[in-house]
Design a protein around this ligand. Structure first.
Ligand code: ASP
Ligand code: MG
Length: 416
């Protein structure tokens, strides 16, 4: 049994649903198919939720947007009298009922109750299409089997409870279609696993069911050595170890998420990243491969901010300072991309977050002198060499550099 995961871009319209069905048909073996919301539906649901939570009249418009988008796909895929229309109408009604009530709980709770509709709609439409196309598959509501705590929007999976329910209810010789990203508490209240969480769902199902592999179908040929947004001559990586995948994901390679790798690594289940546009191609395999030096891989993070922290009397940055500095970052939930200490200062590089940075600066100012340098770029090169460093440093001024054996990070200012 294999796990396939299709993200929003791979189910963004009727043509891509047909393409998905072809991929499944050609595979012709038992699958657990994990699907996230269609196209940009999660963003649309977030907008709807914002309006709902503020009781803003624009919620009607936002709802219409979600319905129009799905309806146009439905009309393209099915004849007028297909039963799926009634099923989807029931989902719309449930959503409309929810919108009529006033929000009574926390924002994060309401978020999970509402945004999860995107995944339910997507899987119902696609399951119905697959069955109509003659593919024997069963729709599963993952919320019955994947159990979490009640930390809404970032729920933590209860491995023991989920393992039992998933093993009991997913048979190895059948094909299932189910939702990524969503789950539920022990009281059956819907939770979500954090944005882009459906790869993680796929990894968890593979872990519990001892799947042969997980394939994530993408609009790129596999994991590339650089983002084609910034580089012309990108190269696809054919194979990479779990460790390289975790490292690259940590530094910001968007196609993989660090937490997705963990459960797969524990059971040695390979992760395949493949193109749904060219499903005949092999993509990238991530697995328990021997160490292999890869070609240089680049990760660019734009809009970085350097925060320099000095003790007021320019005394040494000592151990006792670290505690109070990290406490401020942890409390404000500001993620640090790079840090370095010097004799008289401590330097941290973070994403430009216009909301959090002033709060952090303010908190630090109670004890330290703080200097902010905005508009920087963070370049990470894994498997670097001098030539690649020179290549990326053209027209850049170096602000800070950090090297380890395999990775170099360069915080630079663009002079162009
Ligand atoms: N639909 C969710 C999101 O867009 C989860 C996912 O796609 O992985 O974040
Ligand atoms: Mg999505």
């Amino acid at each position: 049994m294999k796990v396939f995961k299709f993200g929003g871009a791979s189910v963004k319209d009727a043509a891509s649903v047909r393409n998905l069905a072809e991929i499944v048909r050609k595979t012709n073996e038992p699958l657990v198919i994990v699907i996230s919301a269609m196209g940009k539906t999660t963003n649309a649901m977030e907008e709807l939720l914002q309006h709902y939570f503020k009781q803003d009249e624009r919620k009607t418009q936002s709802l219409k947007k979600v319905k129009d988008f799905h309806n146009s796909i439905l009309h393209d895929l099915f004849p007028e009298n297909a039963e799926i229309f009634q099923q989807i109408d029931k989902i719309y009604l449930a959503l409309e009922d929810k919108l009529k009530e006033e929000p009574t709980m926390t924002f994060n709770f309401e978020y999970d109750q509402m945004v999860s509709f995107g995944e339910i709609l997507a899987t119902m439409i696609i399951a119905f299409y697959l069955v109509q196309a003659g593919i024997d598959c069963h729709w599963m509501d993952i919320r019955k089997y994947l159990k979490t705590d009640d930390n809404y929007r970032e729920a933590k999976v209860n491995f023991n409870a989920s393992k039992k329910l998933i093993q009991e209810n997913f048979k190895k010789n059948k094909t299932y279609i189910t939702q990524g990203f969503i789950a539920s508490t022990s009281n059956n209240l819907t939770t979500t696993l954090g944005r882009e969480g459906s790869d993680y769902t796929a990894a968890l199902l593979a872990f519990f069911l001892d799947a042969e592999s997980v394939t994530v179908w993408k609009d790129v040929p596999g994991v590339l050595n650089a983002d084609p947004k910034w580089f012309d001559n990108t190269v696809k990586l054919n194979r990479m170890s779990y460790t390289d995948a975790i490292e690259l994901a940590f530094y910001g390679v968007g196609v993989i998420h660090p937490r997705t790798i963990q459960p797969l690594k524990r059971k040695n289940i390979p992760l395949l990243v493949r193109s749904f546009i060219h499903p005949e191609e092999s993509g990238t395999a991530i697995g328990n491969f021997d160490y292999q030096k890869l070609i240089p891989c680049f990760i660019f993070k734009m809009d970085q901010v350097l925060i320099d922290i000095y003790p007021p009397d320019l005394s040494f940055i000592a151990e006792n300072n670290f505690e109070s500095i990290f406490e401020v970052f942890a409390r404000n939930n500001l993620k640090v991309n790079l840090m370095q200490n010097t004799a008289v200062s401590f330097r941290l590089c973070v994403n430009n977050d216009p909301h959090l940075i002033p709060k952090v600066t303010n908190d630090l100012s109670a004890k330290y002198q703080v200097i902010i340098t905005p508009k920087l770029e963070l370049i990470t090169i894994r498997y670097y060499d001098q030539k690649t460093i020179e290549r990326v440093m053209v027209n850049k001024e170096m602000i800070l550099e950090q090297r380890s054996t395999k990775t170099i990070q360069l915080l630079v200012k663009d002079l162009g």
